[in-house]
Design a protein around this ligand. Structure first.
Ligand code: ACO
Length: 401
């Protein structure tokens, strides 16, 4: 079918597909997933291989440019990113203006958009070279914004990173280094965060990615498109689920740890409660990322010697759900966010920062999707609708209403 002539051929017929459950918005060569079989691949490489054998920056390069980098390409990429890791000092004034209670996702979205003002050359980018420049800029500055967002909440000074470190090591140091104290990197924590970021790297046309593509399709700049994606990710039905999972588990613990009570609530259709971290729009058998992350969670907690009653509650819920006809019939399995929060918590990352960590991992995915959309010269995104409102009405003056 010639897609372009479809509208004319159908006489203007419009497809109504709430939630776009069956509607493709683009062709893409970045991420393949098969929800029935639980397969996820970036640029053809399995998520299992990438999580085990690659590091986050390599995966970022792969997602964005389509090939695994040679060591020279990776070194240049990292050097270019590091050269862009200074954020205008006025951004600190913006951070200071937020109330301490501000949610880090709102702060991060605002700061990402604010970067546009300080980097106007990143807005109107057309050539691959201009795109590359905007891409390394945001990859350099975003971890600084992530770290500053957390440090502001904790009342810590806003410092820059350590350019001698790897990308993920630097993120950790920027987040956790206390003034006048040395910060020693724990390889177990570095490895776990690297894995988590890789697992969140891309997930084809989910809510935030579609947002980035559709905002970018108006030729709004990369940073503005990413800021919109961050806002989309914030919601508890999407990336915000990792925070919601931990809050749910904590709530169950404080309520005496009765998992059966909460299973019953989740099944009760008159109760809006949902088991956070269960179910997925696409994975209807298992989420391959959840399998990898579950093992990583066990390893991290064992290595760090963390005994967390929350983990027992999580395992209890998982076991019960896997045996419960309600969950089995609806194919509701733990998703990636069910376990990520447990690892973040063990690392000492505050609950409100969990979705920010997701955004850091998803950044290369959003960038790659934006770049692909621009290189393919996709038209502006503009869905149709079926109008169900009033027919023509005569206007009544305010005195007659
Ligand atoms: N707990 C209880 N029941 C659920 C849950 C849940 N977590 N998820 C879905 N259901 C039920 C629905 O009530 C519905 O039941 P019904 O057929 O009797 O009406 C059925 O399962 C299908 O659910 P939908 O909402 O239609 O499925 P959809 O594909 O639209 O939603 C979603 C997927 C949003 C992830 C959903 O499962 C959910 O809300 N899960 C909890 C939030 C969550 O974990 N989100 C993270 C997603 S992963 C990510 O963004 C990285």
């Amino acid at each position: 079918i010639d897609i372009k002539s479809l509208r004319g051929a159908t006489g203007g017929v419009i497809t109504i597909d709430p939630g776009y459950k069956n509607t493709g918005s683009c062709e893409s060569a970045i991420t393949f997933l098969d929800g029935e079989k639980g397969i996820l691949r970036y640029r053809g490489y399995s998520i299992e291989d990438l999580a085990e054998k690659a590091d986050f920056l390599e995966v970022a390069y792969l997602l964005i440019f389509g090939e695994l980098p040679s060591s020279e390409q990776l070194a240049k990429f990292h050097k270019d990113i590091k050269a862009q890791s200074i954020v205008d000092d006025d951004i600190k004034k913006i951070i200071d203006a937020f109330p301490k209670s501000a949610h880090p996702m709102g702060v991060l979205a605002s700061l990402t958009n604010a970067l546009t003002a300080f980097n106007p050359s990143s807005v109107n980018v057309d050539s691959e070279e201009e795109m590359y420049h905007a891409i390394v800029k945001i990859l350099g500055k975003f971890p600084v914004l992530v770290a500053w967002t957390m440090r502001k909440k904790q009342g810590l000074p806003l410092d820059y990173g350590d350019s001698s470190l790897g990308y993920v090591e630097n993120v950790l140091k920027m987040m956790f280094k206390k003034p006048h104290e040395d910060y020693t990197l724990n390889p177990i924590v570095v490895n776990a965060l690297d894995k988590l970021l890789i697992l969140h790297g891309d997930h084809e046309q989910n809510c935030s990615t579609s947002t980035v593509r559709i905002v970018g399709s108006s030729h709004a700049g990369l940073f503005a498109s990413l800021a919109a994606g961050i806002s989309a990710l914030w919601g508890p039905l999407h990336g915000g689920a990792n925070q919601a999972v931990l809050e749910m588990l904590e709530g169950i613990r404080q309520d005496g740890g009765d998992t059966k009570k909460y299973m019953a609530k989740a099944k009760d259709k008159s109760d809006p409660f949902r088991l956070m971290g269960f179910g997925h729009r696409v994975y209807k058998n298992f989420d391959p990322r959840a399998t990898i992350i579950k093992t990583a969670a066990d390893e991290v907690l064992a290595d760090l010697g963390v005994e967390d009653p929350i983990l027992d509650i999580a395992k209890g819920l998982e076991k019960e759900a896997l045996e419960d006809p309600y969950f089995v019939d609806r194919k509701l399995y733990p998703n990636v966010d069910f376990y990520s929060g447990i690892i973040y918590r063990a690392m000492g990352i505050p609950t409100e920062m969990f979705t920010v960590m997701f955004a850091l991992g998803r950044l290369p995915g959003w960038i790659s999707q934006w770049r692909e959309m621009r290189l393919r010269k996709e038209p502006i995104g503009r869905p149709r609708q079926v109008y169900t409102g009033e027919n023509h009405r005569e206007f009544k003056n305010i005195s007659d209403r």
